[in-house]
Design a binder for this molecule. Sequence first.
Ligand code: SF4
Length: 342
Amino acid sequence: MSTITQSSPANVTTEADQSAPAHAMEAQPDLFAATEPLLTVLSFGGGQDSTALLELYINDPAFRKRYAPRDFMVVMSDTGDEFPETYAHVEKMRERCASHGIEFNFLTADQGWHQGDWTSLLNFFQAKNTIGSKAFPKTCTDRLKLQPIYRFLENWLSKKYGVQCHHKKGIREFAMMHGKIQVMIGIAKGEERRVADPAKNPNRWYRDSIHNIYPLIDLGMDRAACQAYIANQGLPVPIPSNCRSCPWLSLEELEYLRRFHAEHLDVWVGLEAAKLEKHRDKELVLVPTATGTKTVNKNYGVFGTMPLPVKIREAKEKFADWSDERVREYRMSHGHCVATAY
Ligand code: SF4
């Protein structure tokens, strides 16, 4: 296992899908190389599923042999909008990795792997005077997590294995020389619908170079089993991770925010109000129908045309008889209901 390294400033690449470069085509695969994958990368999310995977890697030799037999590295990209509990947990796991000689890379915006206005979720909202909404296409996971991770990964590969670093050519070069990179993803049993079809990824470099693995599904571990495994290692179980300002929050999660992170809720409400104010002209949009036209409100907030303060009131009333302990318990035991596929 390798030692902790600092992430370096980005030699950021574009996302263009490039054909195999001449440099990579010249590289010759090692025909006598071991059939075991050389590199496994744990995509760490800071929540329960990926923490269970990291603990399995630390504690279980059979798990290591089966899922990450050779080089191993952990990486997480900061959305800038995680719960304080999650940041505290990430720090704890970073220290835990250090004590076990496992490389843990937490990609924060100051390191340069995030691009443009996507240095954090809230920064994007502020810069564009917009808000994350259920009514809009979801780009946040790609911009805040996947793109920074793969920019970093190519740079990291170039330093560690000597491949080039340019438009993902280095990732392809690595795969050609050493086999596909295994990316270990924390999707628990029962969440199989979140497993992405690799053939549908639009980037050829990705299809040619990345092989996602889902050990929790393989091992039949659901969320409860992950929580139990973490607790059995004598560790506090973290909350499921997700952005505080995610439009896919459930009403229960909104109530958790209202009770325990009210100051953030005020910020979020303010951002939505600014967005709605700026786009008042979209509130009366004429759209054609079979019989003529009708007027439609297309000025969407977090939950579509229902403003966030109304949803907050709805949650407050619905869970008025829930104790704080019950709200916390719900938050701990339910993963985030985002239908993101990885
Ligand atoms: S948790 Fe929600 S807001 Fe954050 S990246 Fe995922 S989908 Fe986007």
